[in-house]
Design a protein around this ligand. Structure first.
Ligand code: ARG
Length: 578
């Protein structure tokens, strides 16, 4: 069950029954557990509206609330809040229900499932996938998993940047400087090297630039030889991208890159002109928002046109994106598309979404933007080291694994080297992912190895470690897990605190799904791990008698399952031994 909506409804009903008015309950978890578990704040505003004494009204509401089976006590506090304490017997029963719900751990699905396209990762071919694309990949994967778990149909689409001006330069550049061997070995590194040489040369050598444009025009017109070259660049790039995706455990349902829409671009421009949304300006075709009726005033004021075709006839990123929305609507009947892309592209998406609205597209479109990854120096993290050597994404993941293994061989874990070796990928890559996902995605964050690979504090390995400890207790108990069916009794404060956190799983998952922000899940896992650790400290499990033993094993099993579930939704492994 979702505890906050549940209590909110009870509180709204209590206000209605006690005072005979409709008013929002405004329910919040309390920040300090000594005051209770949740607080109802709505009576204050209501009293103002009714011009009555808030504490008197709150007392009436509290009386009603206290009568509910879920509530142990309801007390008026401050100027007119009502503090609620949950009933332990009720809480034990609710957790018992979650215990036997092996498929969903008590997390309900949404009432109206939608078909949602998640556009994520989407790197540009012939360029290193940079840290920003790593962020999009990790976030997009976690968001897709979460939306799927709450019951939506999700189509994960890798909208590769596989079309455009860079290919003309690459074709002439590969002829001039390319090495087939290097291309086979580390394609993205080779393509990027050649691309840089070619674009530098094009800057100073007009004949070279003209031949690159000519090759691009040939490619776009369907020239066989250039198409074959382009196909080769794309194929080798995809296979090296796949190496990274495999290590990250990330998959896509579709790989419809920009090139997939090539045939539709002329039609898009045609449609925009027909509907009077775009017009010609100095040879280019543009949308001028300021000239159109009923346009978002902010966009209209900005005066920056949305260019859909350049003077030389070339189509752009924007044109492809329009074609993509139409395709997703028509082909998949998608209700929604979310774009997990660097927040610096906010301007592009605001314009794109407005054009789609002008075209009468009703699909919900949302830019899920994210901040930057910063290095130690507080500047955007570079994917190259001090010597200027390219630090590829793969080498970043290598380093994560090496550091994770070293850490696991240190005190206090001091694992068997064999075990540490087999866990290095789960722990190292999990740590990199967790460090990203624990952030509110819109903020920038600093990438610091020491903090991210740690067995204490808010770090991935700490969460994995607490999960492994739950597994270990359950293993030692030799308890048949399926026979754990409750009831769960809550006697010790550490059990009460743990149970209250366990109750929050569904809210955390749904909050993450609604806001496309996995940090709600990471936050829950961290709070949960901390409470599990206090529970271990104060509540012996294996050497206490039944039924207390079973009740505590049930709490351990629920904790284990929630930690594993949450990690899984974040795309992080949950090893059962560490
Ligand atoms: N390839 C783009 C980039 O690297 C990101 C694409 C995002 N998706 C989209 N439909 N525009 O900046």
């Amino acid at each position: 069950m979702r505890i906050e909506p549940f209590l909110d409804a009870i509180a709204a009903a209590a206000i209605h029954d006690a005072l005979d008015v409709e008013a929002p309950a405004i329910l919040r978890p309390t920040s300090d557990a000594t005051h209770g578990d949740y607080q109802v704040n709505g009576v204050l505003g209501l009293a103002k509206r009714l011009k009555q004494n808030p504490r008197e009204l709150a007392a009436k509401v509290a009386e009603r609330l206290a009568a509910h089976e879920a509530i142990a006590s309801a007390e008026v506090a401050g100027p007119g809040f009502v503090n609620l304490r949950l009933d332990d017997a009720w809480l034990g029963r609710v957790l018992g229900d979650a215990l036997v719900d092996r498929d969903r751990d008590g997390v309900p699905a949404v009432e109206t499932p939608e078909t949602i396209v998640v556009d994520f990762s989407s790197p540009n071919i012939a360029k290193q996938m940079h840290v920003g694309h790593l962020r999009s990949t990790i976030l997009g994967d976690a968001i897709s998993r979460t939306l799927r778990f709450v019951g939506h149909e999700v189509i994960g689409d890798n909208h590769l940047g596989d079309w455009g001006t860079q290919f003309g330069l690459l074709i002439v550049g590969m002829r001039e400087w390319g090495s087939d061997e290097a291309l086979a070995q580390d394609p993205i590194v080779e393509l990027e090297r050649v691309y840089k040489l070619a674009s530098a040369r094009a800057g100073e050598d007009e004949a070279f630039a003209a031949s690159a444009r000519a090759e691009l025009a040939k490619l776009q017109a369907g020239d066989g030889e250039n198409h074959a070259l382009w196909q080769r660049f794309v194929d080798v790039s995809k296979s090296s991208l796949n190496l990274v995706y495999d290590r990250l455990g990330v998959t896509f349902d579709e790989w419809l890159g920009e090139s997939a829409y090539n045939d539709r671009l002329a039609g898009v421009v045609e449609l925009l002109r027909e509907k009077g949304i775009a017009r010609e300006d100095e040879g280019a075709i543009c949308v001028f928002f300021g000239e159109l009726e009923g346009v978002d005033p902010k966009l209209a004021k900005q005066k920056v046109p949305f260019i859909v075709q350049k003077g030389d006839g070339a189509f752009l990123y924007s044109t492809t994106d329009i074609a993509t929305v139409l395709y997703r609507r028509d082909r998949w009947e998608a209700d929604r598309a979310i774009y997990v892309v660097d927040k610096r592209q906010a301007g592009h998406f605001a314009q794109l979404f407005e054009v789609m609205r002008l075209l009468g597209v009703e699909m919900k479109l949302e830019h899920v933007g994210f901040g930057m990854v910063l290095g130690d120096d507080g500047k955007p993290k570079k994917t190259r080291d001090a010597s200027g050597k390219v630090e590829t994404l793969a080498s970043l993941l290598d380093e994560a694994e090496v550091r994770a293994e070293a850490k696991m061989l240190e005190e206090p874990l001091a694992l068997d080297p064999e075990v540490a070796r087999s866990l290095r990928a789960s722990v190292g890559i999990g740590a990199v992912k967790y460090a990203d996902l624990m952030q509110n995605r819109t903020s920038d964050y600093t990438f610091a190895w020491d903090k991210l690979i740690a067995f204490t504090g808010n770090a991935g390995p700490y969460i994995q470690y607490m999960h492994a400890r739950c597994c270990s207790v359950l293993r030692k108990s030799e308890q048949d897990r399926d026979a754990l069916t409750g009831p769960i009794t809550l006697e010790h404060d550490a059990e009460r605190a743990l149970a209250r956190q366990l109750l929050k799983l569904a809210d955390a998952i749904h909050a993450a799904a609604e806001a496309s922000n996995p940090h709600y899940i990471a936050g829950h896992l961290y709070e949960l791990a901390a409470r599990v650790s206090v529970f271990w400290e104060h509540c012996p499990i294996l050497d206490v008698a039944a039924p207390l033993r079973e009740s505590r094993l049930a709490l351990a099993d629920l904790s284990r399952r929630q930690l594993a579930r949450g990690l899984n939704l974040l795309g992080i492994d949950a090893p059962d031994r560490m």
